[in-house]
Design a protein around this ligand. Structure first.
Ligand SMILES: Cc1ncc(C[n+]2csc(CCOP(=O)(O)OP(=O)(O)O)c2C)c(N)n1
Length: 358
């Protein structure tokens, strides 16, 4: 028997009862930008400055140690993106969980994990957060509600949705802050997660860190409708906001709105943070897919730390000397962390067979 080669050869389709009219569906209120951004108090500006600077200096030091051969394996730096985790941390309540992918040092520091133990994990030493056996991409701290550190692109989406499910199942009011990159946002597991989160109104804020590049692929080359990733949940009824992820105040403001909605049973939300990474994808990436001028322009015109520094000085929240003092303190803390991470012993060889999931 030959297969019909035109539609007219096909058997007629039996007439069916007309489908009932669909219920009108409320469209999610996705917006391109958060409402006008409220000012920070002087204390908030200074805290944001200090917290972002800690991440910056820590990452610079990690880059140096990597260059000296003291850190092995993969190492993905977060330099340029500091405002995202710093602003979101300002929205967190005790018990709220954080989960992210492999560009994770900033998330750990902002959760309050100890710089010396994060650094010791990078150098593979005994008192690192994973006893020196996980490295840059694989650290946890249940005490600080940080659930990794995952090398698999997109993995934080279902895992973070699972954390939100646990919150709902246990009847607590905690929120899961689930971070992933704009490259990850094209993965199937992300949409399965969106579906479940919306269906069960799970308390999760999906934070898409759109730093413009997934390894060497620019977002416009790899993502359909790249200009509106915040809208990727609309078909599931998940509202999204596009946020200036280089301005910690904008991040905090959008974060507060999202977390408040999610915590009170409103269901999941998406925040698309428009940000930028200054360094290559990982330490081994020479970043030839973009021009030096592009990076330079972002550093000079949109640096999140310089932005806050400018506001602090303009408003007299602090003077140059005070800011220099903060920098000195942070450098001292980071140097101490590096010192610890290079003198701490390596794990005992007997550790090779412990903590292994068979
Ligand atoms: C499932 C899977 N596919 C591919 C990779 C290789 N890989 C590592 S990072 C990366 C790019 C991801 O980019 P994005 O999600 O935008 O995050 P960013 O690195 O920009 O923070 C890819 C493809 C991986 N780790 N896991």
């Amino acid at each position: 028997m030959t297969a019909p080669d035109t539609l007219t050869d096909a058997a007629p389709v039996a007439a069916e009862a007309p489908l009932p009219a669909a219920e009108p569906r409320a469209e999610p209120e996705s917006t391109e930008h958060a409402a006008p951004v409220a000012s920070f108090t002087p204390e908030q500006e200074l805290k944001a400055y200090r917290d972002m600077l800690l991440i910056r200096r820590f990452e610079e030091k990690a880059g140096q140690l990597y260059g000296m051969g003291l850190i092995g394996g993969f190492c993905h730096l977060y330099i340029g993106q500091e405002a995202v985790v710093t602003g979101m941390e300002m929205t967190r309540q005790e018990g709220d969980q954080v989960i992210t992918a492999y560009r994770d040092h900033g998330h750990m520091l902002s959760c309050g994990m100890e710089p010396r133990r994060v650094m010791a994990e990078l150098t593979g030493r005994r008192h690192g957060y994973a006893k020196g056996k996980g490295g840059s991409m694989h650290m946890f701290s249940v005490a600080k509600n940080f659930f990794g550190g995952h090398g698999i692109v997109g993995a934080p989406a279902p895992l973070g949705t699972g954390l939100a499910f646990a919150n709902k199942y246990r009847g607590n009011i905690s929120v899961s802050l689930t971070y992933f990159g704009e490259g990850a946002a094209n993965q199937g597991q992300v949409y399965e997660s969106f579906n479940m989160a919306s269906l069960w109104k799970l308390p999760v804020v999906y934070v898409i860190e759109n730093n413009h590049y997934a390894m060497g692929t620019a977002v416009e080359r790899g993502s359909a409708r790249a200009e509106e990733l915040y809208n990727r949940g609309s078909v599931y009824g998940i509202p999204g906001i596009r946020v200036d992820g280089m301005d910690v105040r904008a991040v905090k403001e959008a974060g507060m709105a999202a977390v408040a909605r999610v915590r009170t049973g409103g269901g999941p939300m998406i925040l698309e943070m428009i940000t930028y990474r200054y360094r290559g994808h990982s330490m081994s990436d020479p970043a030839k897919y973009r021009s030096r001028e592009e990076v330079q322009k972002m550093r000079e015109q949109h640096d999140p730390i310089e932005l806050v520094r400018g506001r602090i000085l303009a408003s007299d929240a602090a003077d140059e000397e005070t800011l220099k003092g903060i920098d000195r303190d942070i450098r001292a803390m980071v140097n101490e962390a590096a010192e610890f991470a290079t003198n701490d012993p390596e794990p005992n060889p007997s550790e090779l067979t412990t903590d292994v999931v068979a």
